[in-house]
Design a binder for this molecule. Sequence first.
Ligand code: FNR
Length: 350
Amino acid sequence: MENVTNVSLAQNRKDDHIRFAIEQQGSAQTHRDFDDVEFLHHALGGVNLEQVRLQTMVADIEWQHPLYINAMTGGTAAALQINSALARAAAATGTALAAGSLGVALDQPETAVSFKVLRELNPEGFVFANIGAGRSVSDALRAVELLQANALQIHINTVQETVMPEGDRDFGEWIDNLANLASALERDGVPLVVKEVGFGLSRKTLKLLSEIGVKIADVSGKGGTNFAQIEAERRSDSYHYLNSFGQSAVVSLLDAPEFPELLASGGVKSPLDAVKLLALGARAVGVAGAFLPAAATGDHEKVVEQLKWWVSRMRELYALLGAANTSQLTSTDVLLRGRVREYCQLRAID
Ligand code: FNR
């Protein structure tokens, strides 16, 4: 089409992302770092299921459980349907949830309705707003305001921008911009989470974030939704050689420096994956792609059912592992094998 505006391009992209991310859910993987993390089973080490407390503290607010719906979408009719289902399900299950990037809502206010449902249908819930690392302080505050959000996620997504022909290329400016955003948001009392979008946060990146005053980070690693692959599907100029680029959430957590609050996501496909990331030090675990097919049906009951199943299965795992609460999971006996072990050994000598 000749007269396509930037906004409709952005909207087409968002619908493509939804479609291809759903298709990715079924794809089999040869190696998962999650499989290299094993709990040592102690047959007499369990605690009573009723004693298990799943609560966790994120940004000084107590969440009912440590599973959250990570950032996905907004800006289109399909996204409105997805966000409505997610918001209703989050409200029904006490699950924290993150909006997709609000950039489109700031640039094109008539699309804001597809995001606002996240708050309107979920008035008491914990909601993250979300924008990109190149945005201004005033955009950040507008995004928070639009959703009456409890906190703001800022995504750093250099790989994703690289594989999009229309993507940002000014990565060199992001660190200064982030430093500016971090101090402005701190002044305004808005908790800030810096997150990846499926390629992981290295030790060096987390140290840099810490130096500029970022206190919460979501390592969002590889192994789940893969934007290099999604962009390859969208056009013939394929980026297939980037399919295994980046680090998993597992190794990002293992390699992390001291950091005030770490959240983890990326490739979390089961309650056991989620509990492994909590055992490796995450305060809470985000899931995006795995909840998308149910949300895309528009039937929030399907998402409610899925969330309830995950949370109840996580509770069983806490009891089995002898953890009466989330922080006790970090004292469980964990074995590291294969590539994950090798990664830790390689990193230990640098
Ligand atoms: C995403 N993700 C994402 N992240 C972000 O910070 N802002 C965004 O707008 C989006 N958009 C988006 C769209 C779709 C369709 C998906 C599936 C994901 C990334 C997401 O929050 C998460 O970091 C990664 O998807 C990795 O988690 P999963 O999908 O492997 O559980």
